[in-house]
Design a protein around this ligand. Structure first.
Ligand code: F6P
Length: 385
């Protein structure tokens, strides 16, 4: 414990009082050194980068409160992801900035992709981040993002030596190293609700309703939404579809007495022919082609709904809020323990630090033996193969 020394009339020193009541006199110079090395609050930076998703705000709330209230650290939020870090655009975050934001969609910090116009190369962007980090006296930087964010965070850690920790966010649920990302549950809920609504109108008109959902590289959203909403067909990027199988599945519905069909299509789905010819995936193409092809082939009226960015907007579910808060709390624990260069991942019932070197790279696909796939097959949802 440190206490000012006034009792002896010596205003130029302080007395250190040990646990045994012994005292030691320190000079003013020693006192300043002590305060600057021990009393200066740690400063940490936060940013949200890449496409937004739900539950970024509850994560920022948990991070800000954990850092400032539990540890007394100063928190700085960078505007618009790595752009704000490169350009030195930030604001101090205090508990009042994050009060009541747990149900708010989007991100109070804003987000962004790519590098700033003010730098000419990725290397320069990394160097600028280092300068701003140093100028602000940060001791750690916590980055919330998807694949691209994780890769740039790895550069900041490995090439610039920043003390980086990341959280996995994306509605696509396709980040390696974690069982789940926040945003996924809310987006699945939105898609399932859309399927519920399509059931009633499809049934009234005896139509085939196509629902395109996001999921650029992976079919987690399409699979989960199809199971939750009871779709008849689900087309995922992982399983190139055969057009004749899709047509058969729709005709089967009719032969089983159903007068309508619901087909869920991931935006990155691809036909077996295009996949076999090595064509790259083109977003939205599968849905656009099927809405043209299916009327002739099924003799039914076909309508297409594309959910798009509706899936990323609005209030997060409780599940996402809780997950994002828990991940934020764990990130602060790791920062306190000075464990850096990691993403906080969900693995089973645990929240574990996973090295950033194991996170970037190829997106995490839905394994073909995953219980989502098994369950879809078991309830009779056709997967187009
Ligand atoms: O990465 C998430 C995601 O929602 C993808 O599914 C989608 O292709 C992409 O973002 C669209 O992002 P934006 O329109 O913001 O560039």
């Amino acid at each position: 414990m440190w206490a000012y020394l006034n009792a002896d009339g010596d205003r130029n020193g302080i007395r250190e009082i040990s646990g045994h009541g012994q005292t030691t006199l320190h000079t003013r110079h020693e006192m300043i050194e002590h305060i600057s090395s021990h009393q200066q609050p740690r400063r940490i930076g936060l940013l949200t980068a890449g496409g937004d998703c739900q539950a970024l705000n509850p994560a920022l709330r948990a991070l800000t409160l954990g850092a400032s209230v539990t540890h007394g650290w100063e928190v700085y939020g960078f505007k618009d992801g790595y752009l704000g870090l490169q350009e030195g655009r930030f604001k101090r975050l205090t508990p009042s900035h994050v009060a009541g934001i747990q149900g708010l969609g989007g991100t109070i910090l804003g987000t962004g992709r790519g590098r700033s116009d003010t730098v000419a190369s990725v290397e320069e962007a990394v160097a600028r981040c280092r300068e701003v980090y140093d100028d602000l006296g940060l001791s750690a930087l916590i980055c919330l993002g998807g694949d691209g964010t994780q890769r740039f965070a790895r550069r900041l850690y490995e090439q610039a030596g920043l003390n980086v920790i990341t959280l996995p966010k994306t509605i696509d649920n396709d980040i390696r190293g974690t069982d789940v990302t926040f945003g996924f549950d809310t987006a699945t809920h939105i898609a399932a609700e859309a399927i519920d609504r399509l059931h009633t109108t499809a049934s009234s008109h005896h139509r085939v309703m196509l629902l395109e959902v996001m999921g650029r590289n992976a079919g987690w959203l399409a699979a989960a939404a199809a199971l939750a909403g009871g779709a008849d067909v689900a087309l995922l990027p992982e399983i190139p579809y055969r057009l004749d199988r899709v047509v058969d599945a729709i005709k089967d519905d009719v032969s089983r007495g159903r007068s309508y069909s619901i087909v869920v299509i991931a935006e990155g789905a691809i036909s077996d022919e295009r996949a076999a010819s090595g064509e790259p995936v083109r977003l939205h193409r599968a849905a656009m082609e099927l809405v043209e092809q299916l009327p002739d082939l099924t003799k039914a009226e076909v309508r297409l709904t594309s959910l798009g960015h509706v899936m990323r907007g609005g209030s997060p579910t409780s599940t996402d809020r809780i997950l994002a808060s828990q991940l934020g709390t764990r990130a602060i624990e790791l920062a306190d323990a000075e464990v850096y260069g990691v993403m906080v991942a969900v693995q089973g019932a645990e929240l574990k630090p996973v090295p950033l070197s194991e996170v970037g790279g190829e997106p995490r696909s839905v394994p073909l033996d995953h219980s989502l796939i098994t369950s879809l097959r078991a309830v009779g949802t056709a997967l187009g193969n």
